[in-house]
Design a protein around this ligand. Structure first.
Ligand SMILES: *[C@@H]1O[C@H](CO)[C@@H](O)[C@H](O)[C@H]1NC(C)=O
Ligand SMILES: *[C@@H]1O[C@H](CO)[C@@H](O)[C@H](O)[C@H]1NC(C)=O
Ligand SMILES: *[C@@H]1O[C@H](CO)[C@@H](O)[C@H](O)[C@H]1NC(C)=O
Ligand SMILES: *[C@@H]1O[C@H](CO)[C@@H](O)[C@H](O)[C@H]1NC(C)=O
Ligand SMILES: *[C@@H]1O[C@H](CO)[C@@H](O)[C@H](O)[C@H]1NC(C)=O
Ligand SMILES: *[C@@H]1O[C@H](CO)[C@@H](O)[C@H](O)[C@H]1NC(C)=O
Ligand SMILES: *[C@@H]1O[C@H](CO)[C@@H](O)[C@H](O)[C@H]1NC(C)=O
Ligand SMILES: *[C@@H]1O[C@H](CO)[C@@H](O)[C@H](O)[C@H]1NC(C)=O
Ligand SMILES: *[C@@H]1O[C@H](CO)[C@@H](O)[C@H](O)[C@H]1NC(C)=O
Length: 540
């Protein structure tokens, strides 16, 4: 793919005010993941690999869709999966870890457990964010660093020799919380192994901008300190018995006030002078066993620096298909904006292949299509050109979702159907992929793709709030979507009549292009006609 990318890019970049040549690992110096972490930017600034499921960062109170914000908010923990750029409710952020250097007076109950009581300020000026790496110091003088592989986060906590907690000597306690960023837990269970300190568990949560629920699993192992004792917590109380905890939906403490619950492992002071404890957290949507085996396979030896180096290499390889030599008048901040934007276009969709509990398939499974009504004209246009291998895997996954759920998504997250915004814009990215990179689209089933497009264009789903298009009868007969549309054929938000009209027209134009290329000339003519219906807006 490299050769083709370079050819395509040379022609694109020659239109930009650059001449070609900035490349290799040098690129990473121009990436600032913290851009967009103020004023509601909602971006994920933490450690991850291109399009990977594991995304580790410090989570904060308040402005927290991407987990972290560059403001004065307090840190509630460190979690292992995130989305980037969600505008509405936060998502993911499941099973955060939270470290404490010691409990005041060495009494377990003097440690803090619940999210609202443990939230702690950061030390100003300590945040460091680079591709594959994130670090911050807590006001408790604990320095937290993190890096990731595809399904595993690796944290390195450096503890102070003397804890800030009163009358405490160094005896680090790390808890894992059965919560997520939106506090959407429906139920969950957790188990701590008294011998190894391993904490594992599962929880059922709600997606941020869709319907249904999803279940996630995690498996946390530790290195660097001998296990002193273990147990569970509920509210702000903890004990060393039992070792298991199950919380069901209790009918009182429903979202957003879920009951604080989780497990903890306490260590003797780390055995060497660096005062470090490493925490390795594998995640899965299949089972606890798979979360553990993901972690054991991907990070067998807790080698933080090796995982970090591999992550940097993955980003260098991914972004290295682009070369830039700054021309005159191109200062370093403009280059930072450019490379940081390219970097950010490779965070989502996320590769959950092998982690889809909904159906068994040999096709790739990607999730976090946030949301196709935006991404069709932004990141996917770029991914198609700079990383066609990933684009094709994402498109195969969309078609497989159609195969198993009957419809292409307009948005999808956390294994759930996301809400539509009016159009069926997967039609656009599938057509774009066909027209631009069909010759290298190994594994695409274009006949099924075309059938999926026709389903969007012809069949109204019962719930067009989450798939397909509403008002199709009006579209076919009146040639526009009226306000107050008479549509007894399905349910959805009966609003946006103008934008739906314009979007259906563009979606149908794309279907016409695909039909033409596939040799379905009658269809091509039909959808080309329908693509002109936007002209009926305002023609009362
Ligand atoms: C952060 O936590 C500190 C105490 O640890 C508290 O004094 C402060 O009000 C909190 N800040 C916010 C924004 O909640
Ligand atoms: C840290 O910076 C914030 C502004 O981002 C400021 O409000 C806060 O007072 C600072 N905290 C300390 C301890 O200096
Ligand atoms: C991580 O996943 C990507 C596909 O999303 C794959 O290309 C890559 O090889 C994986 N990395 C490892 C170390 O398995
Ligand atoms: C610390 O220990 C001293 C001596 O035992 C005691 O007087 C004091 O109350 C303790 N402080 C706290 C905050 O627990
Ligand atoms: C948790 O909730 C999910 C979804 O409602 C349900 O399928 C599952 O059985 C529940 N598990 C427990 C342990 O209650
Ligand atoms: C101390 O232990 C940590 C965690 O296992 C390890 O990363 C570090 O290299 C060790 N430091 C020394 C000086 O041995
Ligand atoms: C606790 O959880 C572990 C791991 O899931 C399981 O093997 C064990 O049976 C559980 N014990 C109890 C008492 O529920
Ligand atoms: C860099 O160049 C851009 C575009 O010309 C300009 O807006 C910006 O102020 C410059 N930044 C610096 C630090 O000079
Ligand atoms: C997929 O296959 C596995 C292994 O055969 C099985 O345990 C699982 O239930 C299957 N999942 C679905 C959704 O059919």
């Amino acid at each position: 793919m490299g050769k083709m990318n370079r050819i395509l890019l040379a022609s694109i970049l020659s239109a930009l005010p650059f001449t070609l040549a900035q490349s290799g690992s040098n690129i990473l110096n121009f990436i600032d993941p913290l851009i967009g972490t103020v004023n509601g930017g909602h971006v994920f600034p933490g450690a991850t690999l291109p399009f990977a499921m594991a995304k580790a960062v410090a989570d904060v109170n308040g402005e927290d869709q991407g987990g972290f914000a560059s403001d004065n908010s307090n840190i509630t923990g460190f979690s292992h999966m995130h989305d980037s750029g969600t505008g509405g409710s936060p998502s993911l952020g499941n099973f955060p870890l939270f470290p404490q250097a010691g409990c005041s007076d060495d009494l377990l109950d003097n440690c803090v457990f619940a999210k609202d009581t443990r939230a702690i300020p950061r030390i100003n000026g300590t945040v460091e964010a680079h591709p594959g790496y994130f670090a911050v110091s807590l006001a408790s003088n604990i320095h937290a660093e993190m890096t990731t592989t595809n399904h595993t986060a690796l944290y390195r906590f450096t503890f102070p020799k003397t804890p800030v907690e009163a009358n405490a000597t160094l005896s680090p306690l790390i808890l894992a919380d059965l919560s997520d960023l939106p506090n959407s837990r429906i139920n969950g269970s957790i188990f701590v192994d008294d011998t190894t300190g391993r904490i594992s568990g599962s929880g059922t949560f709600s997606p941020s901008f869709g319907i249904g629920s999803y279940t996630a699993y995690f498996c946390a192992d530790f290195a660097g300190g001998a296990v002193r004792d273990t147990g569970v917590f509920m509210n702000n109380r903890a004990g060393s018995e039992p070792k298991n905890l199950t919380v069901v939906q209790d009918g009182i403490n429903n979202s957003p006030e879920i009951l604080p619950a989780g497990a903890w492992t306490r260590f003797h002071a780390p055995g060497n002078s660096s005062n470090q404890i490493l925490a390795r957290v594998g995640v899965s949507f299949i089972s606890v066993d798979q979360a553990c085996s993901n972690a054991e396979t991907e990070i067998p030896d807790f080698d933080f620096d090796a995982v970090h180096t591999a992550a940097q290499q993955a980003w260098t390889d991914s972004l290295g298909v682009i070369d830039v030599t700054p021309g005159q008048g191109v200062n370093s901040s403009l280059q930072t904006v450019f490379w940081s934007g390219v970097y950010r276009s490779a965070l989502s969709p996320q590769d959950y292949t092998g982690e889809n509990p909904l159906w068994n398939s040999t096709e790739p499974y990607y999730d976090s299509y946030y949301c196709i009504w935006d991404s069709f004209r932004s990141i996917h246009s770029l991914i198609t050109i700079v990383d066609p291998v990933s684009q094709v895997r994402m498109m195969r996954s969309l078609v497989d979702i159609y195969r198993h759920e009957g419809w292409l998504p307009d948005c999808r997250m956390s294994l759930c159907k996301g809400f539509t915004q009016g159009g069926s814009n997967a039609d656009i990215i599938l057509t774009d992929t066909y027209l631009k990179i069909k010759s290298i689209s190994d594994g695409m089933d274009w006949d099924t793709t075309y059938a999926a497009l026709l389903t969007d264009a012809e069949d109204e789903p019962k719930n067009w709030a989450v798939e397909g298009r509403g008002g199709l009868t009006s579209w076919k007969n009146l040639h526009y979507i009226p306000t107050d549309d008479y549509d007894p054929y399905g349910v959805g938000p009966f609003t946006r009549s103008i934008s739906r009209t314009v979007e259906y027209a563009y979606d149908d134009f794309c279907i016409a292009e695909m039909a033409q290329a596939l040799g379905h000339t009658a269809d091509a003519q039909k959808y080309l006609e329908r693509s002109k219906y936007w002209r009926f807006v305002g023609a009362a």
